[in-house]
Design a protein around this ligand. Structure first.
Ligand code: FES
Length: 133
């Protein structure tokens, strides 16, 4: 078979699908190769990602890698989360067919975009509190 059992399992039963309404960070990325889209929502407390959800309009490999990245990241600090690459995600899934490696980029980039958004919001909060104080 082309896909590992783990990929199939995450594709059939993706973890952490959905939205977080009061998310601390939201990242949306598109895959330039195929046009598929992914959105990631994170909740952060004391620098730890306490909750994460995703919505992916994409192929099976994109959904499986999105699901896996949410599992890898939950409970990790922002700094730890930033070290996770698409290769780590693919490895956790026991590999992806070479033609499908680009799909795993959505997971890495979506996560990074959500963290970026979180950091920007934090900076804005600090700035606003200075102005008000
Ligand atoms: Fe688009 Fe896989 S074909 S992410």
């Amino acid at each position: 078979m082309m896909y590992s059992e783990k990929v199939m399992e995450h594709f059939m039963n993706p973890r952490n699908v959905g939205e977080i309404e009061d998310a601390d960070g939201v990242g949306q990325v598109g895959n330039p190769v195929c046009g598929d889209i992914m959105t990631i929502y994170i909740k952060v407390k004391d620098d730890v990602i306490t909750d994460i959800k995703f919505k992916t309009f994409g192929c099976g490999a994109a959904i499986a890698t999105s699901s896996m990245v949410t599992e890898l990241v939950k409970g990790k600090t922002i700094e730890e989360a930033l070290t996770i690459t698409n290769r780590d995600v693919a490895e956790e899934l026991e590999g992806l067919p070479p033609l499908k490696m680009h799909c795993s980029l959505l997971a890495e980039e979506g996560l990074k975009a959500a963290i970026e958004d979180y950091k920007k919001k934090q900076e804005r909060k600090i700035r606003d509190s200075r102005i008000q104080g």
